[in-house]
Design a protein around this ligand. Structure first.
Ligand code: XMP
Length: 528
């Protein structure tokens, strides 16, 4: 991960901020989210951020993340002098603790065995980081993941936690407010982990909890107004969570200077186009131009069976149509996009994350330069859960802000093989029954993503005395945190039975319904 937000574009210039310095841990973003859940603004930066940039950020405290390297390795990333010179409270987690210990003259060695998974730590010394955490006297259940460990504390430190495999599982220098934990308080498996984070950012760093939905909205409205002035802004509205929240926020900030273009490509869910128009145009009073482009998309996709090719065709055509509409609006100066903080962090890094690739589809590539549009990305510093929270606070309906992700190419990748209107219509109806039942049974929010897939095979069924060959629908529902790995959702049999019966009874043309029990990996979430 390289430079995330630049200091001068910080969304919260007047708020206390905690920096997370990234040493490469898979949990770095999670630390930043936990700090924000404590109501304190946080930013992720690379561990080797320059001394000037670091100073300019005026952090109230710094958390050093974990990381995959060994502190004793020759090229291991080290804690810079600049961090120590700031003189603010520090909390090192796992590798961060080892880097802190090494920097201040302690000794780190490789442990006999790696410690991975649950461990029990005993809290030894009263201190502000761990004071009042857990049940007094009982060991704390924590999440560990390390090979090396601190063997000798630097001068001025005391031990504050011990575990079987890490005699120094926690350390503190309460004079300088330096703390280290060998375990991961940011991971939900760690008992009272959130309390530990809160005690650091609020108790030790002295931050107030003012990063609330209302304040985030107020800050962002000010920033958008200052940025775009009285100029007009164009937004491609997809009906997904991110672009919807951008629309609601910009509408609040600049009213009718915002113009949205919503392209109905014929590959949306049942009634989705009307719902988008209802929510934004009718209820919120946002200016939305609806482009009905179903025929154009279906014509462009005719005979194409390959998923990647379908993706490209849909993406290109979307841009062409969007450009065509944008050309009609000659006085527009800005293009708004629903980029969110994980996209920023991931694309600033190795850019291997799928999120980056996914976003590039939504983003109207090439358009800003060609039309000389400037970019406004008001969600650039927000995590998904924050985007949802401010969406609700801005008055968007709950079923919109809590919506599962939906791929840019829409049903184009959920109809296997060639795309036909007839297939899209069958799939839309099946999907609507599945999603409607999930909502009705209170199961929708318990799964991360659910949808139906159209299989272009014909399978036999009986209707009365007659044998019929009709199409097959597959249902997919997964639980996941990051969409990189996923587990198939254990939906109740009675529920699946009801959905399957409804689909085959109510939709002529479907003879069979299957439920996908593949995990990711090895399968992916979409069937394509
Ligand atoms: P896979 O199928 O790769 O999906 O396990 C992971 C997540 O990405 C979504 N996805 C897409 N989103 N355009 C998108 O905007 C796409 O082409 C695309 N393909 C997959 C998928 O729905 C899941 O949330």
């Amino acid at each position: 991960m390289k430079a995330a937000l630049r200091a001068e574009e910080s969304p919260a210039p007047n708020r206390a901020r905690i920096l997370i310095l990234d040493f490469g841990s898979q949990y770095t973003q999670l630390i930043a989210r936990r700090v924000r859940e404590a109501g304190v603004y946080s930013e992720v930066h690379p561990h080797d951020i320059s001394a000037e940039a670091l100073k300019a950020l005026q952090a109230a405290g710094i958390i050093l993340s974990g990381g995959p390297e060994s502190v004793i390795g020759e090229n291991a990333p080290r804690l810079s002098d600049a961090v120590i010179e700031l003189g603010v409270p520090l909390l090192g987690i796992c590798y961060g603790m080892q880097a802190l210990a090494a920097k201040l003259g302690g000794r780190v060695e490789s442990a006999d065995h790696r410690e991975f998974g649950y461990a029990e730590v005993t809290l030894t010394e009263g201190n502000r980081l761990l004071g009042g955490v857990g049940t007094s006297g009982d060991p704390l259940k924590v999440w560990m993941s390390h090979g090396d460990r601190v063997e000798q504390l630097p001068a001025g430190f005391q031990t504050i936690a011990v575990s079987a495999n890490a005699p120094l599982a926690g350390m503190a220098d309460t004079e300088r407010h330096y703390y280290g934990l060998q375990f991961h308080p940011e991971v939900t498996h760690t008992q009272s982990g959130q309390q530990i984070i809160e005690q650091f950012v609020r108790g030790i760093c002295g931050c107030r909890s003012d990063w609330t939905a209302e304040n985030i909205i107020a800050d962002h409205i000010d920033r958008v107004r200052a940025k775009v002035g009285s100029q007009r802004v164009l937004l491609g509205l997809s009906g997904g969570v991110d672009s919807s929240v951008v629309a609601a926020l910009l509408h609040e900030a600049i009213g009718n200077q915002l113009i949205c273009v919503f392209v109905d490509n014929g590959l949306l869910r049942l009634h989705e186009g009307d719902q988008v128009m209802d929510t934004f145009h009718k209820h919120l009073g946002v200016q939305v131009v609806r482009v009905n482009a179903e025929e154009e998309f279906l014509a462009a996709l005719e005979g194409v069976a390959d998923a990647e090719e379908k993706r490209k065709i849909i993406g290109k055509l979307f841009i062409r149509i969007f450009e065509r509409e944008a050309d009609k609006l000659s006085d527009v100066k800005w293009l708004a996009q629903g980029t969110i903080y994980p996209d920023v962090i991931e694309s600033a890094g190795a850019a291997t994350g799928k999120a980056h690739v996914i976003k590039s589809h939504h983003n109207v590539g090439g358009l800003p330069e060609r039309m000389k549009l400037k970019l406004v990305e008001p969600l650039r510093d927000l995590f998904k859960d924050e985007v949802r929270k401010i969406g609700s606070a801005l008055g968007l309906p709950q079923d919109l802000v809590g919506r599962h992700p939906f791929p840019g190419p829409g049903l184009g990748v959920r109809i296997l093989g060639v795309v036909k209107k007839e297939y899209a219509d069958l799939l839309r109806r099946a999907d609507d029954i599945f999603i409607g039942e999930l909502r009705k049974q209170g199961l929708y929010d318990q799964v991360s993503q659910a949808f139906a897939v159209f299989l272009p095979v014909k399978s036999v069924g009986v209707m009365g005395d007659e044998r019929r060959y009709d199409h097959v629908i597959a249902l997919r529902a997964v639980e996941t945190v990051d969409f990189m790995t996923a587990r198939w959702a254990r939906l109740p049999f009675e529920f699946l039975d009801r959905v399957a019966s409804r689909i085959s009874n109510e939709i002529p043309g479907i003879s069979r319904v299957t439920y996908d029990i593949s995990n990711k990996p090895p399968a992916t979430i979409e069937w394509e």
